[in-house]
Design a protein around this ligand. Structure first.
Ligand code: NAD
Ligand code: ZN
Length: 354
């Protein structure tokens, strides 16, 4: 298995001014720069990134896509490619993904496939993007399934300016924070303890705190991915909280609950189940109180049937022979894979819910 080249991660507050310099340090003499961004980011910060790059005499173009998950579509992907071809991008061109995970996945897939692959740089603007920008998975959705059409394509650099996160709505901060917590649970006990001790609200997180979250999150994800680039073993641990989380998202209808809120709820169940299976104390109760304080949902809406959730989990692409794979914790920071048959999981989930 080939290991991909390491790439730099620049993280700081107000570092956008350095993008030109850093871009040139990782991409030699680019012919053109194509910024792919969404409408929200364009309105808030579009001019800024362009002008920083133009100051370096770079030939900069911007392709704006609608904000939201809908842009991870064949249609938008095709429009980006057409834009690139009409504007004579070539193999020496560089794509910048300027936005959250949607733009990162879309622009990354454009970069992976345009002329069999050209360099791209991630300039993330959401907290969740600490997760999506690392790992090299890029994709668009098919009407029959999320992220079904994609590639592995590593960025040449990630340039993460926490200044952008100041305009990110609370719901989106919380959604990204769930993945931060997840990275702690699967890799670093003391990080989780520190979070629980110091973070009691996400209303006024400072840029120092955001940098702390992002640095840790990227570190954990990068470490796991480096050991397992093509998703065979350890990478499965990143799915902590996601088996139930995905089912919940699908059952409620996408957009009704944020990805992070659904994952947080899934993590709570996984924590409860870990206590049960391993007969250990994982501070489930205090974690539940903490989640509540942060604003995460700590129980599943009563209108949702346990049966329907089980059906969803069975259909998950990670489920094999209707044995549902679950990431549990042997210890905080020490994940383990367990498989359950539908029946057993049904009773556990029901017990947790009542
Ligand atoms: P997103 O990119 O849609 O951003 C969320 C919303 O916030 C959008 O409306 C966006 O316009 C807005 N926004 C972004 N930055 C902003 C800012 N600074 N200020 C104000 N508003 C801003 O969503 P996301 O949560 O960043 O990413 C979700 C996507 O990431 C999903 O499609 C998911 O599949 C993908 N993902 C990919 C991976 C991977 O490994 N490739 C991992 C996790 C998630
Ligand atoms: Zn996730």
């Amino acid at each position: 298995q080939t290991k991909s080249r390491p790439y730099p991660v620049f993280l700081g507050d107000g570092i956008i001014d350095n993008v030109g310099e850093w871009l040139l340090s990782v991409c030699n003499n680019p012919s053109k720069i194509l910024i792919i961004t969404d409408q929200t980011i364009k309105d808030l910060y579009g001019g800024k990134l362009e002008s920083v790059l133009k100051a370096f005499d770079l030939d900069v173009l911007t392709c704006v896509v609608p904000s939201g998950e809908q842009s991870k579509s064949f249609e938008t992907y095709y429009k980006c490619l057409t834009f690139a071809l009409e504007n004579n991008l070539d193999r020496e061109s560089v794509i910048i993904a300027f936005g959250g995970g949607v733009v990162g996945d879309l622009a990354g897939f454009v970069a992976a496939t345009f002329m069999r692959g050209i360099p791209f740089i991630q300039v993330p603007t959401t907290l969740l993007a600490h997760d999506s920008a690392v790992g090299g998975k890029v994709a668009i959705n098919h009407p029959l399934g999320k992220n079904m059409i994609g590639a592995f394509h590593q960025p040449h650099a990630i340039i993460y300016d926490t200044q952008f996160l100041k305009t990110l709505p609370l719901l989106e901060i919380r959604s990204g924070f769930a993945e931060v917590v997840k990275h702690g649970f699967i890799n670093d006990r003391s990080f989780v303890e520190n979070l629980m001790k110091t973070i009691h609200s996400l209303n006024h997180v400072t840029s120092e705190q955001l940098q702390w979250f992002i640095r840790k999150g990227i570190e954990v994800k990068a470490e796991i991915v480096a050991e397992d680039e093509r998703e065979t073993g350890k990478r499965a641990f990143l799915n902590f909280g996601h088996t139930l989380g995905h089912a919940l998202e699908a059952e409620l209808g996408y957009g009704k609950i944020s990805h992070g809120d659904a994952v947080a709820c899934g993590m709570l169940f996984a924590l409860w189940l870990s206590e049960k299976i391993f007969r250990k104390d994982f501070q489930y109760k205090s974690t539940k109180n903490w989640f509540n304080e942060i604003g995460f949902p700590v129980k599943i809406d009563e209108n949702i049937q346990t049966e329907s959730l089980l059906e969803r989990m069975k259909k998950d692409k990670k489920t094999v022979h209707s044995q549902i794979r679950f990431v549990l914790l042997e210890d905080i920071g020490n994940p383990v894979l367990k498989t359950f048959d539908t029946h057993t999981l049904y009773s556990f989930l029901n017990e947790w819910r009542t």
